[in-house]
Design a protein around this ligand. Structure first.
Ligand code: NAP
Ligand code: ZN
Length: 352
C-alpha cells in the first residue's frame, strides 16, 4: 500500500477537501497511473451528497471521479497492454467477475459483481474504491482503455463517462442518417450526445431549459433547438421523433417528451435524478411508444467509442479547472452553468 493525495467528501453536507488515501501497490495484472485529467460528472455530485441513498448509499470519505486520463507509471509483471509512459484511461468501472453471461457478452456494466470506480467494495484494500480526484490510481489492465494519440487529453477525460453513456444508447437504438433524434439537457452528457448523433448523420434537435445555450447547441451539431418550457415550440415537434435521449439530472416532465415521439419511438433515460419521475401510461399506449434506460457501456464498446472519437476528432468541450475549484464547479452544475464539462487538471493537486 502507498499514500496518495486526493480530494474527498467527509459527509453528505461537507465540501470536498484535501485528504490522503491508501492505494494498493500494483499486483501482476495492474497498471498504476499518474492522473493527468479527471472530468466532473453530475454523478460525482449526486454521490458525494448521498442523493442516491436508496440505491447506492455513499460511504465516507468519498473520493469521486470516473472520467480519468493518466500516464502509466508502474506495471505488474503480467501487464502486456501498456508500458511505462503510455497514456491510459479509466471510466466508471474498475472490475467485474469476467465469467458471468453479461461479462462474456461484453456487458460488464450489467455484471452482478461489477465494481464501480468509487464508492464500491474494494477487495484489495477491504475498504471502498476511490475515484479520480486523486494524484494516482491502480487498476487492472483489462479496465484501462487506450486513448487515440490525436485527442486532447483534457477533453478526452469526459469521454470515459459522458461519452460512452451517450454513445451506447445511440448505437443500440439505431441512430443514423434519416432519423430524427432529440437530446434533452445540454450539459456534460447532452453535449456529447449532440456531437455523436450529428456524427452518425441524424437530424438532431436539442431540448433545453436554457435559451442562452441555443447558439452553442447549433455549433455543437444540432439542426434545431427547442426551449422545452415554451409550449408553442414543443407543439411544433409533437409526435415526430424516432428517438430521444434524456440526460437531465433533476426532476422534469418526461410525459411532455414522450408526446414528442412518433409511432414506436423510444425515449431512453440516462439522467439519474434523485426522485422517481411520474410516467403517464396513456402516452405510451398511444403510438406504441417505449421508455427505457441505459447505463454507461461495456469495456469493448468504450474502446470502440474512443476509437470513433479518434477517427472523427471528437472530444468534450471542457473548462479546465484546478482541483481547488471543485466545490465552485459543483455549485455551477446545479445552476446548469457548465460549458460543457469541467475537467480537473490534476497537476493542481501538487499545490495541496
Ligand atoms: P450536467 O452537466 O449537470 O447536465 C444536466 C443538464 O440537464 C443541465 O445542463 C440542464 O441542461 C438540464 N437540467 C438541469 N436541471 C434541469 C431541470 N430541472 N429540468 C430540465 N432540465 C434540467 O449533468 P451530466 O453530468 O450531464 O449528468 C446528467 C445526469 O446523467 C445526472 O443525473 C447523472 O448522474 C446522470 N448520469 C448517468 C449515467 C448513466 O450511465 N446512465 C452516466 C453519467 C451520468 P439545459 O440547461 O440544456 O436545460
Ligand atoms: Zn459519470
Amino acid at each position: 500500500m502507498y499514500n496518495a493525495k486526493a480530494f474527498s467528501a467527509a459527509s453528505a453536507t461537507s465540501p470536498l477537501a484535501s485528504s490522503t488515501i491508501s492505494r494498493r501497490d500494483p499486483t501482476e495484472n495492474d497498471v498504476q497511473m499518474e492522473i493527468l485529467f479527471c472530468g466532473i460528472c453530475h454523478s460525482d455530485l449526486h454521490q458525494a451528497r448521498n442523493e442516491w441513498s436508496g440505491v447506492m448509499p455513499t460511504v465516507y470519505p468519498c473520493v469521486p471521479g470516473h472520467e480519468i486520463v493518466g500516464r502509466v507509471t508502474r506495471i505488474g509483471s503480467a501487464v502486456t497492454k501498456f508500458k511505462i509512459g503510455d497514456i491510459g484511461a479509466v471510466g466508471c468501472m474498475v472490475d467485474s467477475d469476467r465469467t458471468c453471461p453479461e461479462c462474456r457478452a461484453g456487458f460488464e456494466q450489467f455484471c452482478p459483481n461489477m465494481i464501480l470506480t468509487y464508492n464500491f467494495p474494494d477487495k484489495h484494500t477491504g475498504g471502498v474504491t476511490y475515484g479520480g480526484y486523486s494524484e494516482s490510481i491502480v487498476v487492472d489492465q483489462n479496465f484501462v482503455l487506450r486513448v487515440p494519440s490525436n485527442l486532447d487529453l483534457a477533453g478526452t477525460a469526459p469521454l470515459l463517462c459522458a461519452g460512452i453513456t451517450t454513445f451506447s444508447p445511440l448505437h443500440y437504438w439505431g441512430v443514423a442518417k434519416g432519423r430524427k433524434v432529440g437530446i434533452v439537457g445540454l450539459g456534460g452528457l447532452g453535449h456529447m450526445g449532440v456531437k455523436f448523433a450529428h456524427a452518425l448523420g441524424a437530424h438532431v434537435v436539442v431540448f433545453t431549459t436554457s435559451p442562452s445555450k441555443k447558439d452553442d447547441a447549433l455549433r455543437l451539431g444540432a439542426d434545431e433547438v427547442v426551449v422545452s418550457k415554451n409550449a408553442d415550440e414543443m407543439a411544433k415537434h409533437a409526435g415526430s421523433f424516432d428517438f430521444i435521449l434524456d440526460a437531465v439530472a433533476a426532476e422534469h416532465d418526461i410525459n411532455a417528451l414522450v408526446a414528442q415521439l412518433r409511432r414506436d419511438g423510444n425515449l431512453t433515460l440516462v439522467g439519474a435524478p434523485e426522485k422517481p419521475l411520474p410516467l403517464s401510461v396513456f402516452g405510451l399506449l398511444m403510438r406504441r411508444r417505449s421508455v427505457s434506460g441505459s447505463i454507461i457501456g461495456g469495456i469493448a464498446e468504450t474502446q470502440q467509442m474512443l476509437d470513433f472519437c479518434g477517427q472523427h476528432n471528437i472530444t468534450a468541450d471542457v473548462e479546465v479547472i484546478p482541483i481547488q475549484k471543485v466545490n465552485e464547479a459543483y455549485q455551477r452544475l446545479l445552476r446548469s452553468d457548465v460549458k460543457y464539462r469541467f475537467s480537473i487538471d490534476m497537476a493542481s493537486l501538487k499545490n495541496n
